[in-house]
Design a binder for this molecule. Structure first.
Ligand code: NI
Length: 134
């Protein structure tokens, strides 16, 4: 496996208010809000101390993450791993009881790179992201 941590996905109820609070903690916006119509969310990226967080805010009740937000409130909900060998690592994860919960698709907030979301019974949700240029 060649999976490197890329970002932590963080669900928020209100994008602007959440981003303003993260800024007070020293986070800096690295990418302004982009709309992801596949997942029906707004996404923005912020960074602090080398850690990248992805603020994810559902735009409607049929967004795939709306239920998570209702159940958990604003909170981190996935770690994203970047890989140079997307297919190989995806198959390896599927062999180890990870189940796809959101099929492979292009992520507008990540330059159109492919992502896939998986869930493991002991580990919760992860995101797999193809590396730039792979
Ligand atoms: Ni993510």
């Amino acid at each position: 496996m060649n999976m490197r941590i890329h970002h932590i996905g963080y669900l928020v109820k209100k994008m602007e208010k959440a981003a303003a609070e993260f800024e007070k903690l020293g986070y800096v916006v690295t990418q302004e809000t982009v709309s992801d119509d596949y997942r029906k969310v707004d996404i923005c990226f912020m960074e602090k101390d080398g850690y990248l967080i992805e603020l994810v805010c559902p735009k409607s009740k049929d967004s795939v993450v709306y239920e998570y937000l209702v159940k958990r409130g604003s909170s981190p909900y996935h770690i994203c791993y970047e890989t140079d060998a997307f297919e190989e690592d995806l198959n390896s994860l599927l062999d180890r009881r990870y189940v796809i919960c959101s099929e492979r698709h292009e992520a507008p907030a990540l330059g159109g790179r492919d992502v896939c979301f998986l869930i493991h019974p002991y580990l919760g949700m992860i995101e797999l992201l193809e590396s730039e240029g792979s």
